[in-house]
Write a protein that binds this ligand. Structure first.
Ligand SMILES: Cc1cc2nc3c(=O)[nH]c(=O)nc-3n(C[C@H](O)[C@H](O)[C@H](O)COP(=O)(O)OP(=O)(O)OC[C@H]3O[C@@H](n4cnc5c(N)ncnc54)[C@H](O)[C@@H]3O)c2cc1C
Length: 477
């Protein structure tokens, strides 16, 4: 008999076919992209918003842990139901409606980010937050993790686009934080408290999101530099010119080698072993034309080589460098610790010196790429799990990385959150008083500790745990 079988029977009586207790259904909801698995006792797929409230109310009555799930693309283990209990799968609550006049989109939490972007584009609008997982992940998951993407530097991240939220408190009451208006100063801002709360302070069922006019023109330029130090110095010079690229992606030399291996061709013929920056301008045609001249002058002065796309097909070819590098990293090790750290621009130089040292002392491949316009770098520590020595070195490297990031004034996570995987480092970022304040908020909103327990505050060393050998559709993307 399962731990919460009486509660699950009560749940089935209330919600009938929305409740799945099959072995297969529970297994599929037992893990996210971290591939650490904990079996729930039931998976509830609400078709109506009110059903979410029913689940939470019953869970509080019977003290059943509940984990909310979008698509399970989080790499942090934040959607893995570590305490068992029930999983709420949000995928069927997925309606999208554009408010053409106000420049807003009303999206249910289970709507996929890519679908929201397409609906916006069809109406001549643009929804900029663009996690690489956008064809899989949901708006609810993006809000819960405050997801970012390549457009972050110019446009911002999910938080910058959330106008209002609707959903349920952990105790099961329906609440609305804000309305579909651009201004709102009525009371405490609990909307922003929910954003980035990783499904621990409430369940989002719907959101009103801001749209911006779709850019009429885009222009893409790939630039090569002798090394990482030259590349970041050049990027800082570009920002000083007040140029705001829509995208400014950096790849270190190790990442470029990965991309070259995956595409089977050199990034720049005759320029082996270079760090690169991929730039994209977006905006009105006249503005893009004007700014592209400034950028070309900058590239002529700072870069060893550069190549501009003449059309969208050529731009897509340039993009292959960025798209292909991540998957190819698995030739360097079967395990990747993808650390989405953030560094303040003024500390870029110091960080690059540290990273070069870390590669040397750890004797591990650490290909690094990321968004230079907002300091969010993806430091990918590659190792073989079966090799105890490599695993130890990887563990030490992550610890040093996190210490250094915080000492440079940065953040241990820019977009993936804490979940389970970053729990050993939360206290590097936060003082005891800060952690206690966060825990007090959690207790106030979720007195019985129902919603997504075991995350963020309790230390769990996820990379040391056995992982399921499953291949997910978004693996190695
Ligand atoms: C290949 C790949 C690329 C990625 N690229 C990026 C990237 O570029 N930028 C980026 O930011 N992230 C990226 N991610 C991470 C991940 O896709 C994002 O964190 C995404 O926002 C998770 O959405 P999801 O719907 O899959 O949520 P899930 O993984 O299902 O859940 C994530 C967290 O959100 C909570 N949650 C989900 N839905 C709700 C809801 N409705 N209400 C309350 N809480 C909820 C869950 O409980 C959990 O804590 C990537 C992941 C992969 C695998």
């Amino acid at each position: 008999m399962s731990k919460h079988s009486q509660a699950t029977r009560a749940l089935k009586r209330r919600l009938g076919p929305a409740v799945d207790t099959s072995e297969q259904g529970c297994w599929a909801a037992s893990f996210d992209s971290s591939k650490i698995s904990f079996l729930p006792e039931a998976v509830i797929t609400p078709r109506k918003e009110a059903e979410v409230g029913v689940v939470l109310t019953l869970a509080n009555q019977h003290r059943v842990p509940v984990t909310v799930r979008g698509r399970g693309t989080t790499l942090m283990g934040s959607a893995a139901p570590i305490a068992g209990g029930w999983v709420i799968d949000m995928l069927r609550l997925n309606k999208i409606k554009i408010d053409d006049e106000a420049g807003m989109v009303h999206a249910q939490a289970g709507a996929k980010t890519g679908e929201v972007q397409r609906a916006a584009a069809q109406a001549g609008w643009f929804y900029p937050p663009d996690p690489s997982s956008k064809e899989f992940c949901t708006i609810g998951g993006n809000i819960a993790c405050n997801a970012g993407g390549m457009h972050g530097g110019k446009y911002g991240v999910t938080r910058d686009f959330v106008i209002a939220l609707r959903g349920f408190l952990p105790t099961g009451e329906l609440v609305e934080w804000g309305t579909a208006t651009k201004k709102y100063a009525a009371g405490f801002n609990l909307r922003d408290l929910w954003i980035g709360s990783e499904g621990m302070l409430g369940v989002v069922t719907g959101a009103v999101l801001k749209l911006v006019p779709a850019p009429a023109a885009r222009w893409t330029l790939l630039t090569a530099f002798a090394d990482e130090t030259q590349a970041i110095a050049a990027a800082r010079a570009l920002f000083r010119l007040r140029v705001q690229p829509a995208i400014c992606e950096f790849l270190d030399r190790e990442s470029v080698v990965c991309a070259e291996r995956a595409t089977g061709r050199p990034v720049f013929t005759g320029q082996p072993n270079r760090a690169v920056i991929l730039l994209e301008l977006a905006g009105a045609a006249s503005e893009v034309k004007e700014v592209s001249k400034v950028v070309l002058d900058w590239a002529n002065e700072h870069a060893l080589a550069h190549r501009a796309a003449r059309n969208r097909d050529e731009a897509e070819q340039l993009w292959q460098v960025r798209r292909k590098c991540s998957g190819a990293m698995f030739e360097l090790g079967d395990t990747k610790l993808n650390e989405d750290i953030v560094i303040p621009m003024r500390a870029y130089g110091k960080f690059m010196t540290f990273l070069a040292g870390l590669k040397k002392t750890s004797r591990l491949a650490i290909p690094t790429f990321g968004h230079l316009a907002d300091g969010n770098l993806h430091v990918n520590i590659m190792f073989h799990r079966a090799d105890a020595d490599e695993s130890r070195r990887a563990e030490a490297a992550v610890e040093r990385l996190m210490q250094t990031v915080v000492s440079l004034g940065g953040a241990i996570s820019g977009e993936h959150g804490i979940g389970l995987a970053k729990t050993p480092f939360l206290r590097i970022q936060h003082s005891p008083a800060q952690v206690a304040a966060m825990q007090a908020v959690k207790r106030a909103l979720d007195p019985k500790g129902i919603l997504n327990p075991g995350k963020m505050f309790e230390i769990y060393e996820v990379w040391k745990q056995p992982k399921l050998a499953v291949h997910l559709p978004w693996d190695h993307k």
